[in-house]
Design a binder for this molecule. Structure first.
Ligand code: DQQ
Length: 596
């Protein structure tokens, strides 16, 4: 048994209780997830430090990057295209400047070779920017990219197609736009033509016709417009949309895919979908990626949600942190569906310019539907485990109220940590208040790591400075709601850094848990310098965060602890952690970095 040996947890409580942070209450994802520019304090080292750059997350060598566009696996190679600004570390969309499709390739989704951009604005139908889109592999042989082009400075949008110039080039380096672009125009009554974008990967119907959905706002209502085609080149709109819902307006970066409940085998949307499969519609809006599970009514060509939720605050999220515009693809190499997303910087815009880089992509995750048919499960692709070194292992720890156990022997700045928590009793769970579902972040602020509970808070304190002035707390708290248990998971960044001008919320989400039978609540956290990706309960809930602790730049490094601050003792039957090696991200074969 390991007892708290110093007063650091008390200090954690003191720091928390004296902190009042203003948060946006209006929207659960809190739009504008950026820091504000502050004069740098002389006590804080400059943000311009290579130590904040991630070591195994995807990013280009320099400049601005936003979301994934058109991921695919073709002829033994993974392709990651991304929204990229070749002109600097600022968002070119702010002034409708040169957004291109950056391009990298990989054979394992972890190590990437950077290539020249695949698509650049150079035709009338994309002259003001090549925005997001998708890749579809027609009949397993012909890759096609369909993407949004900006046709003018008013951001009017149309859809274009590009094809590889040479299909026998293993990297598909060069892409040619078809002469018939734009293949889809914005000619729909009530359509806001600057909100008509991000076509999905195509899927094929029993009639042999291809379909795609395009995100739109029609008469102010969020809509997935549906198009059909015989040859993927000439498209007709189906009058009835695939789905629309007035809980939200413009839907960005739609993703639509089939899943079999309880099976982690992925399905290829270009093949026949087995009966019993469900469909998932993912929409991105205001920094949130949300999803709906339902059935695809083939006769009506319509998506019918299992549950219609009118209040968008209650929509389930793919990830409750900084994780936006996700896109999935069917990975035929492993028969799985893989999703990943953009995690933007949460420092200030001027910090980005100073650093010279902005934006990373999450670790690719396998995604499938739980056996209950309601909840998506996500787990980092197994290839990431090839970066693990120096395993440490603890078994049979016990954390009483107030205990803090230091996890030593690994690189705390680049780590993969897996820990299971098992409350020794379920009697002391506090009562759940359903109104909390509307704002889990508020609950994470009010019931933070310093606030004693019945079962929890327990979890990890990571990237902590010697005196705990800086730390990030990732933790759980168990509540009882009638016949079931509901768990709050938080990733609290409010004390993550002494640096001024950062966006440091307490992210959080709730999930149902069968505590009586499952007993163990697992947490996996991938720490990669300024990136922290946490997976609760085997991937039922995910929270991605960006942090910029001063301790990361200090030579002393940072500490990591497991803790419990609830009155119920918590067993830790298993704790495994590894240091993570650096991946080869966008490095040319000879070792030099591509200047994309
Ligand atoms: N980013 C792209 C758009 C998309 C938005 C432009 C989402 O296509 O809607 O870079 O982040």
């Amino acid at each position: 048994m390991f007892r708290l040996i110093d007063c650091r947890l008390a200090r954690l409580a003191c720091i928390f209780s004296t902190t009042i942070l203003l948060q946006s209450l209006a929207w659960p994802c809190s739009n504008g997830e950026r820091g504000f520019s502050y004069p740098q304090s002389p006590k804080v080292p400059s943000i311009v430090s290579e130590r904040y750059r991630t070591a195994y997350h995807f990013q280009p060598p320099r400049n601005w990057m936003n979301e994934i566009s058109g991921p695919m696996y073709y002829n033994g190679v993974y392709h990651e295209f991304y929204q990229y600004n070749p002109d600097g570390a600022f968002d070119p969309n702010d002034s409708l400047m040169n957004m291109v499709w950056g391009h990298s390739v990989s054979t394992d989704l972890i190590n990437w070779i950077g290539l020249e951009p695949a698509i650049k604005p150079d035709i009338p139908s994309d002259i003001c920017g090549c925005w997001t889109g998708s890749a579809t592999i027609l009949f397993g042989v012909q890759p096609v990219i369909i993407y949004t082009g900006l046709i003018d400075r008013k951001a009017n949008q149309v859809q274009n197609i590009a094809l590889p110039k040479n299909r026998s080039d293993p990297y598909l380096r060069e892409w040619a736009k078809v002469g018939s672009n734009p293949v889809i125009q914005h000619v729909i009554p009530g359509l806001n033509s600057s909100h008509f974008r991000d076509p999905t990967t195509g899927w094929i119907g029993p009639d042999g016709l291809w379909r795609i959905a395009v995100g739109a706002e029609v008469n102010g209502i969020g809509t997935a417009l549906l198009y059909k085609s015989e040859d993927f080149m000439s498209w007709t709109r189906i009058e009835r949309p695939l789905y629309s819902n007035n809980a939200l307006n413009m839907w960005e970066c739609l993703d639509f895919f089939a899943v079999v409940p309880g099976s982690n085998n992925g399905l290829d949307m270009s093949s026949e979908i087995p009966s019993g499969a469900k469909h998932v519609l993912k929409v991105s809006i205001n920094s949130c990626d949300m999803y709906i599970v339902g059935v695809y009514d083939l006769k009506r060509d319509e998506f019918v949600p299992d549950t219609v939720q009118d209040d968008n605050r209650l929509w389930t999220r793919i990830d409750y942190g900084t994780f936006y515009a996700s896109k999935s693809f069917f990975d035929s190499k492993h028969g799985r569906r893989v999703i990943w997303a953009w995690s933007n910087e949460t420092d200030s815009y001027s910090d980005d310019i100073a650093k010279g880089w902005a934006g990373i992509h999450s670790i690719p995750r396998t995604i499938w539907l739980d056996g209950d048919g309601k909840q998506l499960i996500q787990w980092p692709v197994e290839e990431i485990e090839s970066l693990r070194i120096n395993e440490i292992n603890h078994q049979g720890l016990e954390l009483k109220k107030g205990d803090l156990f230091e996890i030593k022997g690994i690189d705390t700045l680049q780590a993969d940590v897996e820990i299971d928590f098992e409350p020794t009793s379920i009697d002391d769970a506090e009562t759940f208040d359903p109104s909390w579902l509307f704002d889990p972040r508020k609950q994470c602020r009010e019931a933070d790591a310093s606030v004693h509970g019945g079962i929890g808070p327990f979890g990890l304190v990571i990237l902590a400075s010697d005196n705990m002035e800086e730390h990030t707390a990732v933790h759980f708290r168990v509540y009882k709601s009638e016949q079931k248990y509901i768990i709050l998971m938080c990733s609290d960044l409010r004390r993550s850094s002494l640096r001024p001008g950062l966006y440091t919320p307490a992210y959080g989400g709730f999930f149902e848990f069968d505590l009586e039978n499952e007993k163990r609540i697992s947490l996996r956290t991938l720490i990669d310098r300024s990136a922290v990706e946490s997976f609760g309960s085997g991937g039922r809930i995910c929270i991605t965060a960006r942090v910029y602790p001063v301790a990361l730049v200090d030579d002393d490094g940072a500490h990591m602890y497991a803790f419990n601050n609830g009155s119920t003792t918590v067993r830790v039957p298993q704790l495994r952690a590894w240091s993570m090696k650096r991946a080869q991200v966008n490095v040319m074969k000879g070792g030099s970095v591509i200047d994309a």
